[in-house]
Design a protein around this ligand. Structure first.
Ligand code: E4P
Length: 217
């Protein structure tokens, strides 16, 4: 499973990128707002750092303007994935932009039928939002399972980019189901390393290192 990092914070991306943990980046208008940066400027910086797909979201809601914005975003770098919402206009823009050879990430997906439409419109990525479904007492992971089944039934090549991931369990469940990509905030990715038995075991080893005065260098 590929790891995308869901942030527009350059330092956080750079830290994970140095460890080989960043296969791509996703941003959205809320993350751009949080960064306090100009969208074109910060997106360019991210693309300079990361060679995998970098999702940058359009601001328009009608197809023609989404297409114009998508073309402008795609000029930033070859690894831009234009992010469009899962509306009828978004699907129209998806079809035009992917026909031009651009990567498109169709976002705000909350049903397998929506994901089916996105695949038929040629989407490179579909972004089902797990956490936001869980927030309203629905089962976000069931959506990932359903999309996996539907796409595999018909051999769609659109990649399932599991989004709105809030916990380490979300990450593991996505990997079990076979999501192609998961995008998570840096904090969630970093917390995957945590295990109390690792901490406990290391404490015991450190005590023995001290007691036996074990030295390597
Ligand atoms: C990524 O593409 C999404 O915009 C993001 O994962 C949404 O996450 P949230 O529901 O926690 O805001």
């Amino acid at each position: 499973m590929k790891f995308f990092v869901d942030t527009a914070e350059i330092d956080a991306i750079a830290e994970l990128h140095a460890l080989g943990m960043v296969d791509g980046v996703t941003t959205n208008p809320s993350l751009i707002k949080k960064s306090g940066r100009d969208i074109l400027e910060v997106t360019r910086e991210i693309c300079d750092l990361v060679s995998g797909p970098v999702s940058a979201e359009v601001t328009a809601t009608d197809a023609d303007d989404m297409i114009a914005e998508g073309r402008k975003l795609a000029e930033i770098a070859e690894n831009i994935a234009v992010k469009v919402p899962l509306t009828w206009d978004g699907l129209k823009a998806c079809k035009v932009l992917t026909d031009e050879g651009k990567m498109v990430n169709v976002t705000l997906c909350f049903s397998a039928n929506q994901a089916l439409l996105a695949a038929k419109a040629g989407a490179t990525f579909i972004s089902p939002f797990i956490g936001r479904l869980d927030d309203i007492a629905l089962d976000g992971m069931e959506l990932i399972e359903d999309i996996r089944t539907v796409y595999d039934n018909y051999g769609f090549e659109t990649e399932i980019l599991a989004a709105s991931i809030r916990s380490v369990n979300h990450v593991l469940d996505c990997a079990r189901i076979g999501a192609d990509v998961m995008t998570a905030p840096p904090g969630v990715i970093k917390s995957l390393v945590n295990h109390p038995l690792t901490d406990k075991g290391l404490d015991a080893f450190l005590a023995d290192i001290k007691a036996a005065d074990i030295k390597i260098l």
